[in-house]
Design a protein around this ligand. Structure first.
Ligand code: ATP
Length: 357
């Protein structure tokens, strides 16, 4: 397990802190992703856990060991922490074979020759590279090179794996395939994994839990479905997937008036500053009347068929354009009236961003 408590990190000479009070706990065997835009402090947090950066204040525990504590003056060096790491750049050694690359960390640790051989064979088997053990590392594809880097992390048999954008150098198709492989591997071995990415889909598909970061802070935390279906901040709603956000003008009980129409919430609207909805949650029809709650009228501007779905753009009475994802089988007539239904159970009430900081 990993536990970070109130970590702050200000780089020397920097005007602002890059990590601002990050607290995060990973249970044994849990896969947690730090997700957020470029520069939000994901890598700085991960490198602090790895011992590659020294936080200004806070504490970090890995398993039973406190590896950093600013008050007690503890800073365990990277090599003495029970961790393995996989980075975006594979950092494999070109002059070595696959097998030599994977064996390297164990040779440094002065493990016996027989033990090294057994561990390396096992790690290569797990990543599906058993047959390429004697091949030169330069004669590998990008995906195979990343598998070598993963095997080299597995071979250490530590309980915790830290991964920083490990798939982002791969092309889209390979990335999708490796994503599932990597999660299965980490789950099979039972590793506790802390994973950094700015890719929303990757975070949703891989993680048991996501910690969403912005400007050095964790702003939301939850399972992928909690974060996607019930975000609590505007940042969370718009960063993790597409969302239409409507600003609340007036609220009374469960009824509220937004800048684009009236909505009925399933909860009290107190403190709700915006309401968001996913494009796939909006139901568009061209036949019915506009009656009942959460039904808005508009005009269909465009409908683009993309196989799995249709991407609609609908202009509301006030001029606001809304994106809707509709099933591929419904027929739509461009320029004609449309009714949009915003189902109550799919509305995402959001607090004002300033209230969450
Ligand atoms: N060694 C350093 N010295 C000074 N500032 C740094 C250093 N490393 C990172 N920073 C700054 O700290 C902030 C957080 O950077 P960090 O790399 O942790 O973000 P990130 O979320 O991982 O971004 P990315 O996805 O682009 O890697 C950024 O403003 C960055 O410029």
């Amino acid at each position: 397990m990993i536990e970070c408590k109130d970590l702050w990190l200000t780089y020397p000479g920097a005007a602002q802190a890059s990590v601002c009070g990050v607290s995060l706990a990973l249970q044994p065997g849990e896969f947690v992703t730090l997700l957020g835009p470029s520069g939000c402090g994901k890598t700085s947090t991960l490198r602090s856990v790895a011992g590659l950066e020294t936080p200004t204040t806070g504490s970090i525990r890995i398993g039973d060991n406190v590896v950093f504590d600013s008050v007690k003056g503890i800073q365990t060096p990277t090599h003495a922490r029970d961790i393995s790491m996989v980075f975006q750049s594979y950092a494999i050694w070109p002059h070595m074979t696959v097998q030599q690359n994977v064996a390297f960390p164990l040779e440094i640790a002065r493990m016996s020759r027989d033990q090294i051989k057994a561990n390396v064979n096992e790690a290569l088997r797990m990543v599906g590279l058993g047959a390429l053990a004697d091949r030169s590392a330069t004669q590998l594809s990008g995906g195979q090179q990343q598998r070598v880097a993963i095997a080299r992390a597995l071979v250490r048999r530590s309980g915790v794996m830290l991964l920083d954008e490990p798939l982002s150098n791969l092309d889209a198709k390979l990335r999708e395939q490796m994503r599932l492989e990597l999660r299965e591997l980490i789950k099979t071995v039972g590793l506790t994994a802390l994973y950094v990415t700015h890719d929303q889909e990757e975070a949703l598909m891989l993680s048991d839990r996501i910690a969403l970061m912005n400007a050095g802070r964790i702003v939301e935390e939850g399972t992928p479905s909690e974060l996607y279906l019930r975000p609590t901040t505007r940042f969370g709603a718009t960063f993790l997937g597409a969302a239409e956000v409507f600003d609340v003008v007036r609220a009374r009980g469960q009824e509220l008036e937004t800048s684009d129409g009236a909505l009925h919430l399933s909860q009290d609207a107190d403190g709700v500053a915006h309401v968001a909805i996913r494009p796939e949650a909006i139901v568009a029809t061209q036949s019915g009347e506009v009656n009942g709650p959460n039904r808005w009228s508009g005009r269909l501007i465009s409908a683009i068929f993309s196989g799995r779905q249709q991407q609609l753009v609908v202009e509301l009475a006030g001029g606001r354009r809304v994106n809707v994802l509709a099933p591929p089988t419904t027929e739509f007539r461009v320029q004609e009236p449309v009714t949009l239904e915003l189902p109550t159970e799919r509305l995402m009430p959001l607090a004002s961003d300033s209230a969450t900081h």
